[in-house]
Design a protein around this ligand. Sequence first.
Ligand code: GGG
Length: 357
Amino acid sequence: MSEYNIAVIRGDGIGPEVIEEGLKVLNFISKNSNISFSFVEFDWGSDYYFKNGFMMPDDGLNQLLNFDSIYLGAVGHPELQDHITLNGLLLPIRRKFDQYVCERPSTLYQGVTSPLKGYKAGEIDFVVIRENTEGEYANIGGFQYFGDSNEIGIQTGVFTKRGCERVINYAFQLARKRGNKKLVTSVTKSNAQGYGMVVWDRAFDNIARNYPDIKTESLLVDAACMDFIRKPEVFDVVVASNLFGDILTDIGAIITGSMGLAPSGNIDPSRNFPSMFEPVHGSAPDIIDQGVSNPLATIFSGAMMLDHLGESSSSKIIQSAVEQLIKEGNILTKDLGGTSSTSKVGDSVVDYIKDLY
Ligand code: GGG
């Protein structure tokens, strides 16, 4: 029996309802395999902030330290500025636990219609590796004359040689493992960002030399956005800075059908710290408590978590069950053209898993 301690942070908005379905699926897997989970819930997020003045307690990161993984729903609240919710919870976790890789796959599944004309299942299939601990999200800077008419805000992007090389190396390793098109595309804006992103470009060239079997391409982010729409079929593994990776993966999600299908893993490849798995989407306050949110991104994220924990066969079962459900297309939420509720979709994933055992 393999036992895993999982920290669960449902967070804000639709986070709690999509995590409910993710846990439903993981609990079913646990009952039918030799895996057992101990889920410990943390009520951190915006409601916690309204009561306590912070998104998580002072020793929050220490409380998470010894878990095998973290399973997170969403953060963000219409009455709180996003820099409070991100810098109060999500980003400290990514940084403290050195989750320097954010892995975000975009796949067009059978049964899903891309808004891009003419694409068939499997024709869009790439992974964005987003640098996750530095870059534009380093949170270094400050204000001067705050509140005055001459208010100034300085925001610094941090690009270290070590930080760039390690995430780029992960992208090359992944391209080799996927064995697909064997292409790594680097995305920067180093024509305008002539220091930090030049460090990135130089790191890309250095690491690429170690992978003569992998093709490379470097794009400016504006061209990359255009090509994600114009010819997404050419991409395999895309490696980008923190901010650009975040933007590109919203495009990746929408051209493969829905934000509601896009999973992510915030990964510490050294495995010194817990990694964290969460849907790419945010808290979506406009659809909270209506039972219409799509839990599949969170369920896919649970499958990524199992794979990271070394439980690849259970991970594949979840992945196949969701793919089958999407392909048959009878039980889908509104974003995918269906009328089913969040919990009905979760129940159905469990039914499809039953068929696979
Ligand atoms: N489930 C992810 C989530 O809540 N994301 C909120 C968000 O704004 N994330 C920004 C980011 O990941 O950079």
